[in-house]
Design a protein around this ligand. Structure first.
Ligand code: ZN
Length: 371
């Protein structure tokens, strides 16, 4: 029987980006200054629902990331300038990303949780799967750039932590957060020892300076890394069936052919139906299949090693159900808790057509079933 260990730190709740108009700056045109969508309640809800419904998940206090762990991914200047920015009281850093005085500490523990999750995966394999239940998220953070509510790239820190172990030569990072995992892509863009796969809404670059990557299929890597970055931009309205198609025809065959020693999952919940920052309609049941597929891939193709790292998810109630589903899928149980938000049907035809195109595109480099 598979159990899980969640890595958590109370500092995750003290990080608070500035309020405004949803994620953006306050203009004064509206009456209500809205809390930033990256709210502490996100992970508070996840922790609560998992504690309530899944007693087989143990909770451990995460360690703080060391300088060595952070500097494998970020420049020392990036780390110290973020530290001073927070020490000075914080504020907005890009159009949508901001921090307060507690954010540096939270980000430091979030990265530490991701690294600890990998150590746990290497020690326990699939018998006790680690889950870094963190905030702030990491997958938009680049070596020298904060972006998309992210400061340190937790999944990249996790992958590097694994590669520092002599038992690991290759790591696959699968990112199903609804936004492109541009930061993780950027960190490993010229390398063949980390395969990066991102399934996301086709939203392109949202900021030419902080987010130059587009998430398109043409971004395949450079130099040694050519071919080891896969982008799967899905149309709005993609749901459980569309994702199943992408897993069947792209994700699973590519991970199998890459043959990694560890699978790291950037597990966002914002592909979930009713997410205010996503346009997809995955339900709790869909997330259960994501979790089950991740476990099976780890078992069959990744030496039975799997580490889960929390990314986005901004409908604070649905995120709890999305993550409960993901963890149920990994453990292989069904709690019978239904998704109270699952009422919107998906646009399976558009997703199918897009997956056909993406399979055709990548068939040149990977052995994939054509259309
Ligand atoms: Zn996201």
């Amino acid at each position: 029987m598979i159990s899980m260990t969640a890595f958590w730190h109370d500092s995750f709740l003290a990080h608070e980006p500035p309020a405004g108009e949803f994620e953006g700056e306050w203009t004064g045109r509206l009456a209500f200054r809205e809390p930033h969508p990256d709210r502490p309640e996100r992970v508070k809800n996840v922790r609560h629902i998992v504690r309530t419904e899944l007693p087989q998940v143990a909770w451990e206090t995460a360690p703080r990331a060391t300088d060595e762990q952070l500097h494998r991914v970020h420049t020392p200047e990036h780390v110290t300038s973020f530290e001073s920015f927070c020490a000075d009281g914080g504020g907005r850093m890009t159009a949508e990303t901001g921090a307060n005085e507690a954010s540096y500490r939270a980000a430091r523990y979030a990265a530490g949780a991701a690294a600890a999750a990998v150590d746990h995966a290497l020690e326990h394999g699939l018998e006790d799967v680690p889950y870094a239940c963190v905030r702030p998220s990491g997958h938009h953070a680049q070596p020298e750039q904060v972006d998309g509510f992210c400061f340190f790239n937790n999944a990249a820190v996790a992958a590097e932590q694994a590669l520092a172990d002599e038992a690991v030569e290759r790591v696959a990072v699968l990112d199903w957060d609804v936004h492109h995992g541009n930061g993780t892509q950027e960190v490993f863009y010229d390398r063949d020892d980390v395969l990066t796969i991102s399934l996301h809404n086709d939203h392109w670059s949202w900021d030419p300076e902080a987010h130059p990557q587009t998430g398109d299929t043409d971004e395949r890597g450079v130099g040694q890394g050519t071919g080891y970055n896969l982008n799967v931009p899905l149309p709005p309205g993609t749901g459980n069936r569309g994702y199943a198609d992408a897993f069947d025809r792209l994700v699973e065959p590519v991970v199998e052919q890459y043959d990694p020693d560890l699978l790291v999952v950037s597990a966002g919940g914002d592909a979930g139906t009713v997410d205010p920052l996503g346009r997809n309609v995955v339900t709790k049941e869909g997330f259960e299949t994501f979790g089950a597929r991740a476990r099976t891939m780890a078992e069959e193709f990744a030496s039975s090693r799997l580490a889960l790292v929390q990314e986005g998810g901004y409908q604070v109630s649905h995120l709890g159900y999305a993550m409960l589903g993901t963890l149920e899928g990994i453990i292989g149980i069904d709690s019978d808790v239904a998704d109270p938000f699952a009422w919107l049907d998906e646009d399976a035809d558009s997703a199918r057509r897009r997956v056909d195109e993406i399979v055709d595109h990548y068939s040149e480099w990977w052995d994939l079933d054509g259309t």
